[in-house]
Design a binder for this molecule. Structure first.
Ligand SMILES: [Zn+2]
Length: 251
């Protein structure tokens, strides 16, 4: 299995062993806002931690960790441009498989500007992008997010994440992949099974988005378990739990 979106920096060493024992082989750890990201130096230190320290912590437990780096909408400091300038170099690192997670939280003017700047870098480099959709005001903010994506980058480069029934119709024409985040307070494994039953198995990837919010490191294996109990065939289960993410991230 692959967990396509986690925040390894917020999790204890033991979680990686749990994940590996449950059959998760690989995971992508995304940059986010684990603390007040008051300057670009804090953001860059955070990014280095994901790329180096956490990769080692997970690796020692048999979990291969990849990184997605970028400026989360809640991490925009006044000197954010220093992070933007550094991104091409960071994205060229062999362990970095995507730019992310980026996107809009409140769709402020500043968030939109930084989002567009990063999409341009990804389009120029032909690199994949993990795009966040928020919990609050999800439908309206996703409408704006989707329009910006369509105007600025090929949708085949996009993993649009935290998809649920409220936004799927707006983004299902995207050519990339759609992330189903199975997380307490967001979506249960059972709800994920219903969503996949309705929309198919070709385009989805599964993730836990495990962070310091209520999270379950075993979200992906538990969802796979529920898919089996629902009688879904092994080929489709393999697609959503491994192949789609493996092909998208080239991992
Ligand atoms: Zn996240």
């Amino acid at each position: 299995m692959i967990d396509a979106h986690i925040h390894a920096d917020t999790r204890p060493y033991e979680d990686f062993e749990k994940m590996a024992v449950a059959g998760i082989k690989k995971a992508v750890s995304c940059a986010h806002d684990p603390m007040k990201m008051s300057t670009s130096a804090v953001v860059l230190d955070h990014i280095h931690r994901i790329m180096e320290n956490d990769t080692q912590r997970a690796g020692k437990n048999g979990l291969k960790l990849y990184a997605a780096v970028g400026l989360h909408p809640r991490s925009i400091s006044s000197d954010y441009i220093r992070v933007i300038e550094k991104l091409p170099e960071l994205l060229a690192n062999k362990n970095v498989v995507a730019l992310g997670e980026i996107g809009l939280e409140t769709a402020s003017e500043m968030e939109i500007k930084v989002f567009k700047q990063q999409l341009k870098i990804a389009q120029d480099m032909g690199i994949k992008v993990v795009v966040h959709t928020p919990r609050t005001n999800k439908k309206d903010i996703t409408n704006i997010t989707a329009s910006i994506i369509e105007d600025n980058i090929e949708t085949s480069l996009i993993l649009l994440d935290h998809v649920d029934n409220s936004i799927i119709d707006r983004v299902r024409n995207f050519e990339g992949v759609l992330g189903i985040t199975v997380q307490p307070q967001k979506m249960t494994p059972e709800e994920a099974v219903i969503l996949m039953d309705e929309y198919g198995y070709d385009r989805f990837v599964l993730d836990s988005d495990m962070s310091s919010s209520p999270s379950d490191p075993l979200s992906v294996p538990k969802t796979v378990h529920k898919l089996r109990l629902a009688g879904v065939n092994e080929k489709d289960i393999k697609r959503v739990s491994y192949n789609n993410a493996s092909e998208f991230f080239d991992i």
